[in-house]
Design a protein around this ligand. Structure first.
Ligand code: 6PG
Length: 250
């Protein structure tokens, strides 16, 4: 199904979702002969994909030396906390596969644990230095691929409905003092312009507990997950259990 500059691909189950996501990620890296940049996502949905990337044959198909790994949002907890998004990705695949200098976590170890803004500023500086410019140019996206998930309230990354971060147009990264959903810790999130500066934005949603929110997303409701669009392609991989009835019937 293609509509509104968004492609929705139905997949059988989480295993197939992970396989297709891995193929798309590998293809995006292959399409860039130089330094590739991938923005990862947190939550539980991408774990199967991350396991696949660390396993042959995927592992051997990724030119690890020239791929840089970022994260779209972070829970404001120390790096060794099990809730930390980048730590989850490190544990599952990055620490075994990627050179340490190619892993770009959002810094959360700070003297001011209640103020994620300083960490947001530091990450924005890191992204700008990686990109080599202070402003994002439409012809040269920041990321080759941005992975995304969707929460039951329609949030994506840590962009929660009604939160000022969703409206941000200038900053690349902002602090979010309160999360709408568990875990209720402050967050640091890339903004819609930074996340959207990519060749492909790839959402993954699986399981029947995603069906209600996908019904709202595909009905075009004004939700952060709907506002998130790539400069290039926006693709949603949705498994059978998550697929809303009215979309399935088309
Ligand atoms: C986070 C995420 C968040 C996530 C969605 C979906 O920090 O929690 O980055 O945006 O993608 O909440 O989470 P699940 O994959 O766990 O359903």
């Amino acid at each position: 199904m293609t509509s509104d500059n968004r492609q929705v691909i139905a997949v059988a189950d989480p295993a197939e979702l992970a396989k297709i996501a891995a193929e798309r990620l590998i293809a995006r890296i292959a399409a860039n002969a130089g330094r590739a940049a991938i923005c990862l996502t947190g939550g539980s949905s991408p774990k199967q994909l991350y396991q696949l990337l660390a396993t042959e044959p995927c592992r051997g198909r990724i030119p690890w030396d020239r791929v840089h790994w970022f994260i779209g949002d972070e829970r404001f907890v120390p790096a060794d906390d099990p809730l930390n998004n980048m730590s989850m990705a490190r544990r599952i695949f990055l620490d075994r596969c990627a050179p340490a200098s190619n892993i770009h976590p959002i810094p959360t170890d700070t003297a001011h644990p209640d103020d994620p803004d300083g960490s947001a500023e530091r990450y924005e500086r890191e992204l700008k230095s990686f990109y080599g410019a202070e402003a994002l140019g439409p012809a040269r996206p920041l990321f080759d691929l941005v992975l995304m998930g969707v929460g039951h309230d329609g949030h994506t990354a840590s962009l929660f409905p009604g939160c000022p971060a969703v409206e941000e147009t200038a900053r690349w990264v902002v602090g979010v003092p309160r999360a709408n959903v568990e875990p209720f810790v402050p967050r640091v999130t890339l903004t819609l312009p930074a996340l959207g500066s990519c060749r492909e934005m790839l959402f993954g949603a699986a399981g029947d507990d995603k069906r209600a929110i996908l019904t709202r997303v595909f009905a075009g409701e004004d939700l952060p997950a709907n506002r998130a669009r790539a400069a290039g392609e926006t693709v949603w991989l949705v498994d059978q259990a998550a697929f809303p009835e009215h979309v399935r019937g088309r």
